[in-house]
Design a protein around this ligand. Structure first.
Ligand code: KIV
Length: 264
């Protein structure tokens, strides 16, 4: 049975850890559909990972819609969450509903929204409209300019309290889960224990109710920025470079293609 947002809540009750990864394209979505991964996030990190932008600020609703459609086509039976991109939920309720509509009609099962202060009405209206909402607290990449870089959040007592308060607010507004990004492990544990909804961590320690990673980081395909939490579970870049080198050698040596690889 495909996951649903209510299964996230059951997993929390049953103390089952949830696994999520990002995905932006059909080919990887097909592979993910054959895995046991619980959920897929079409993250606005697509702007960085797929398009080479320095931050997620370049993601638009149209870009997210196209990536969501591609992932949904490949990810049969998987629970797909799509990111509401930069400012798409800060331009008033009608614009936020239009953005969410674009992502949900592209096939997403839920949307993710960074922060909560100042757009409580959007979260509430989406939930009331039958759209499962995932929150995103701690390091909110769409606020990178305000932080002055991708930095761990919630280190001071005051900042920690602020994140915990927002987590409770999201739960009260009806979010079915939150992502906690780059916060100290003890704060993430405290928040996870206090919430009824699951907290999915990334750079937030082992105490969360689940973990999410960017797929390209997990596969060891990311060659530039490597945060400490982004464990590569395979040397993907090495495998790809090795395959390319062997192709190059075979072409130049005339050993590819063979007769079997050619048409008579
Ligand atoms: O866009 C993204 O990849 C994310 C993850 C970091 C959770 O929001």
């Amino acid at each position: 049975m495909p996951m649903s947002s209510t299964d996230f809540l059951s997993a929390k009750v049953e103390r089952r850890k949830l696994s999520m990864v990002t995905c932006y394209d059909y080919t990887f979505a097909r592979l993910l559909s054959k895995s046991a991964i619980d959920g897929i996030l079409v993250g606005d990190s697509a702007a960085m990972v797929m398009h080479g932008h320095p931050s997620t600020l370049s993601a638009s609703v149209e870009l997210m819609r196209l990536h969501t459609e591609a992932v949904v086509r490949g990810a049969a039976g998987k629970f797909v969450v799509a990111d509401m991109p930069f400012l798409s939920f800060r331009k008033g309720l009608a614009a936020a509903l239009d953005a969410a509509c674009a992502l949900m009609t592209a096939g997403a099962n839920a949307v993710k929204i960074e922060g909560v202060d100042g757009h409580e009405d959007v979260v509430q209206r989406l939930v009331q409209s039958g759209i499962p909402v995932m929150g995103h607290l701690g390091l909110q990449p769409q606020s990178v300019q305000a932080y002055g870089g991708f930095r761990v959040q919630g280190r001071s007592g005051c900042a920690a309290l602020n994140i915990a308060r927002q987590a409770t607010a999201l739960e009260e507004l009806g979010a079915f889960a939150i992502v906690l990004e780059c916060v100290p492990a003890d704060l993430a544990l405290q928040i996870s224990e206090a919430l009824r909804i699951p907290a999915i961590g990334i750079g937030a320690g082992a105490g969360c109710d689940g973990q999410i990673l960017v797929l390209q980081d997990l596969l060891g395909l990311t060659m530039d920025f490597k945060p400490r939490f982004a464990r590569p579970f395979v040397n993907g870049a090495g495998c790809v470079l090795d395959a390319l080198a062997r192709f190059d050698v075979a072409v130049k040596a005339g050993t590819f293609p063979t007769a079997e690889e050619s048409y008579s």
